[in-house]
Design a protein around this ligand. Structure first.
Ligand SMILES: Cc1cc2nc3c(=O)[nH]c(=O)nc-3n(C[C@H](O)[C@H](O)[C@H](O)COP(=O)(O)O)c2cc1C
Length: 221
């Protein structure tokens, strides 16, 4: 089966975007067709230093990406989404996108597809893995299968910063200026490659949630 991977990203200073690009490169190297998309950011940006050079550079690249839509998720058989952590959780713009595609949940169109996650945090112990786990939960609600990073990836055994069995990640430091290091990049690349391989193997099983609810009501009634 063809492998179609959609990578959806929120990023302000660019480190989450760097991870997204490493995931894309890994998936493409395994022969997947890949779409890299952004989500809509709210204006004004209260939570960032909009004068920082890395912010301006990253935003020029980020805002040139196509905006993710429900159609991208329908098209893909593998979906990888990620955002910077915000108070130990995924960011609001990514969460808003996930809410926006709620009709797909009713239609059950993502059932049986593969999902994976990535994030970037300032600290190593201030929400890195928790954010990854929170990013994976909506996939389960959609009836999807989860992909993480196995310990057969050498960088995962080596890393002293980001990257975990739960997904790709970066630790950018108190000021958010450390960027993505080599191990973090390799782990993200490996996640993309794994997603490309897995997405080629699964057969999505779309099934209407509405019909299941109607059948359950009939059984009760
Ligand atoms: C409002 C706000 C909340 C944040 N909350 C956390 C947090 O809970 N834990 C953490 O480690 N970093 C936190 N950070 C830092 C960012 O997650 C971190 O700088 C991240 O690397 C930015 O990713 P980006 O370069 O893709 O924008 C927060 C930053 C902002 C602006």
């Amino acid at each position: 089966m063809e492998s179609r991977v959609c990578v959806i990203c929120d990023s302000r200073y660019g480190s989450t975007l760097e991870l997204a690009k490493a995931i894309v490169a890994g998936a493409r190297e395994e022969g997947a067709e890949v779409r890299l998309c952004r989500v809509e950011l709210g204006e004004p940006e209260y939570s960032v230093d909009a004068g920082r050079a890395d912010y301006l550079r990253a935003q020029a690249e980020y805002r040139a990406l196509p905006r993710a839509s429900a159609d991208d998720l329908v098209w893909a058989n593998g979906i990888v989404w990620g955002s910077p952590t915000r108070y130990g959780l995924m960011s609001t713009p990514l969460r808003a996108f996930i809410d926006e595609v709620a009709p797909l949940w009713r239609q059950g169109v993502l059932i049986g597809k593969v999902g994976a996650a990535f994030t970037s945090t300032g600290g190593m112990h201030s929400g890195n893995e928790m954010t990854l786990l929170s990013l994976l939960l909506p996939f389960m609600q959609h009836g999807m299968l989860l992909a993480g990073v196995p310990h057969s990836v050498p960088a995962l055994v080596r890393t002293r910063t980001g990257g975990s069995p739960y997904g790709a990640s970066a630790v950018t430091g108190f000021n958010g200026t450390l960027g993505v290091d080599q191990d973090e990049r390799e782990i993200a690349h490996a996640l993309g490659a794994r997603m490309a391989r897995l997405a080629a193997q699964v057969r999505p099983e779309p099934a209407s949630v509405e019909l299941a609810a109607a059948a359950a009501a009939e059984d009760r009634g």
